[in-house]
Design a protein around this ligand. Sequence first.
Ligand code: UD1
Length: 431
Amino acid sequence: MDKFIIKGGNTLSGEVEISSAKNAVLPIIAATILSGDKCTILNCPMLLDVYVICDVLRSLGAKVEIESKNSTVNIDTSNLSDNKPCGDLVRKMRGSFLIMGAMISRFGSFKISLPGGCNIGTRPIDLHLKGFKALGAKVKIDHGYVQVSAEKLIGDKIYLDYPSVGATENIIMASVLAKGETIIENVAQEPEIGDLINFLNKMGAKVKGIGTDTLKVTGVEYLHGAKHRPIYDRIEAGTFMIAAGITRSKMKINGINHEHIKPVIAKLSEMGMDIQLYNNGLIIDGRNELKPIDIKTMPYPGFPTDMQPQMMSLLSCVLGTSVVTETIFENRFMHIAELKRMGANIKIDGRSAVIEGINKLTGAQVKATDLRAGAALILAGLESDGETEIVDIYHIDRGYSGIEKKLGLLGAEIKRVKDSSLDEELKVKNQ
Ligand code: UD1
């Protein structure tokens, strides 16, 4: 098991390249199930979550080639089967439940392990199931498994009680091969959903309404293979923007769609950071005196919950009082206890956290409790006095491709260390 050791206090400078979005790539890989032809994903980020969903597809009989040198993934799902077990892998990564919509579309029936909750919340799947049922599927939950089956999915009108990202994606994938027309209302409008729709339309699907709250899907008989380069990762970009703020540095970030990152640009500008946009990126200057702000997470185009922990690190070292309110996930404040170990002054009041900014954080031994919490701790470590040690960084590897290398090139002192004592401990436990 690896850990990060960070020596804080360095100013960063230079340029960083943003990878493709994890949250776009995962549903796109799931969507390859819909065609029996070969699909190619270009510029695919080499992330733990990508490896896991590729393993899920392999376990179902797909041929998946990952060319890490040129970041390309080739997927051939012609020999896929619906009766191979992939339960453990699905339990390992919640996002792999995204294969359900595509599997029932292609095979009419599929059974997998129910995804569990995770550190940030219970994360139910009722809206996914509501959508499948509306398309005529039968849903059976038994002994920790969910089985969805339908002789033929038939288009209908579906209203989502909440604009869930995963439910929107799963229902789109279930409806592209359904008979007739499906209207999905109150859908999530995250850019990654638009990217999935663009991929599906390249495969021959007929989905309209990208970027609106209503999607119209006209079912087709067959989808062919396609080649796609997913959109840039707006959350990785936002994390580097905060790295500039927290280290009071200036840097250039390449690979940003400005529209996708509007709320982060707005909030960092409000704090006093200077942001200049250019074609495909931006130059961000965090050397001004920064002001405290209030933030409330909301579905897109609101402020993303996936940027909340990183913002909390930044606000912890901006003098004055800031309030951060989390409305999407009920338990997404796990990073606060870790930030407090680094000296942050944060009090939780229900769904809000009140932050009294201090001059400087101090390095400490901390634990990444989930992906974005881990990113927040890296950022705090970059600012801190002394050394910060972050354990359980596999969470960070799920969603950031070579973050220590990218930060290192900008001048940060961060190294990945193999903790062999932890590996030994695990070995003993597993014996
Ligand atoms: C996706 C993202 C994740 C991001 C989240 C919110 C991926 C792989 N993950 O997760 O990084 O943090 O969107 O932007 O894209 N809910 C229900 N019933 C459901 C489904 C969801 O009540 O059937 C609730 C959840 O508990 C949560 C809220 O809806 O409170 C948002 O969840 P959702 O949008 O579904 O997030 P994910 O798709 O899991």
